[in-house]
Design a protein around this ligand. Sequence first.
Ligand SMILES: [Zn+2]
Length: 510
Amino acid sequence: MSPNKKNFYVDERGAQEQHSDLDVRVDVAPKGRAFYITTTLPYVNAPLHMGHALELVRADIIARYKKLQNYDVFFNTGTDEHGKKNHEQAIEKGLKSQEFVDQGFLVFTEQLKMFGISDDVHFVRTTDKHHILSASEFWKLVKDNGYIYKKSYQAKYCIGCESEKTISELDEKGECILHPSRNLELIDEENYFFKFSEFGDKLLKFYKKNQNFIIPDFRLNEMKNFIKNGLQDFSISRLKTKMPWGIEVPDDKDHVMYVWFDALTNYISTLGWPDNLENFEKYWVNGNPTQYCGKDNTRFQGVMWQAMLMAANLPNSHQVVVNGFITGEGGARMSKTTGNVVDPRDIVKEYSVDALRFFLAKEISNFEDSPFTIERFKESYNSGLANGLGNLASRILTLSEKYLEKCPEIPKNTIPQEFFDFLEKFEIKQATDYIWDKIGELDKFIQNNEPFKVVKTDQEKGKELISKIVIDLYQITRMLNPIMPETNIMLKKLIKENKKPEKPLFLRKD
Ligand SMILES: [Zn+2]
């Protein structure tokens, strides 16, 4: 490592602990400095798909990376639980709406296990008592500041999408393109509106000051253009008689909040706002609040929510990071009819949680659309994991178990700055490629130096070579911490115990 690169002090706290790769970056993150990251909240009524996997795994990787740098991390996810669709499905199943979403929430937390999400993730539910209070307080603030008003409203509404449809979003029969069999609902009522139109200039000024506010920059440009075309006030309530399952509008029992003031406020209600201002101050005001989302959510997270925060006189988010979509081969939309859907459950069942995370980190573009097909997955799994990392680890540990009395002393060493630099920019693919470059280099070193032969003719020299490759393997393993946490722990344990794996770490699949 060149002398001008920063070194990281590694504090080993035992192989079983998640933080055993803790790198105290004293100059950058004094102990206790806060970082906040959140995913969007999926609807509670549908199983999680590969797009959710991508968003949750990516946010988890960044959360774990920040922990490696000694940040005190608040990682938020949860479920969006109100709305007509949940209400209707509850009725179909003969359940109360609350019972229905309670079940959905349990399923959600169960499903999260297949993504290997950090144990200390925080869950917010939009039916939580505190969230309801928080959303109401937020509404009142914005109303008191003069940004909420009532007017009559006509629209066509698709319950399948839980959103209103403009003519351009309907097919030639006047039906929703995504839900042609569902009847559109005609809305003709008085609604509350948010004065979104007043925030165009403020938002543009804000983006100018915060050039990296939306990552990648082409998404930021899209939003700038969207704003330049003129912002329309949007509807934020529904008549309770038509949508009974929602948060009541403060001081108006006839209305419930529609989506935005209910769902988007979760990002601060999860911190206990407005009661727990200490927590809010720590993580939202000073914790660089970072929001991961898919590209269909850019407008909600990066524009609408930011205008709402401005209207409430609260600090804006720090960054919004936008993923592309996961597609089938050739960029085709994943759909049951095409039969090109890859279910994360199947991947985890057949391979492993870490194999899924590996693919999402290494083979899916950081910000563009990317295909996830079984063929691609298998190829990458076999070359990167079975023949790559797995084979390398097994060769090295077989040698060390045979020729070394114990694990060589692991230096209090470093994770290279380059690796962290990629993660700092949310370039998870490059960070993962960096690890696999190191794996390739170590492979080549073994080929060129043949420690397995040397040790038979010159034992001392051979042992030295084997010690070196064990230490190198350990360094590589440290970098797996945010990306493949299970493998990180398992491999470090094997190296420390100087044991070869009893079975292949990643079984080759044909
Ligand atoms: Zn629809």
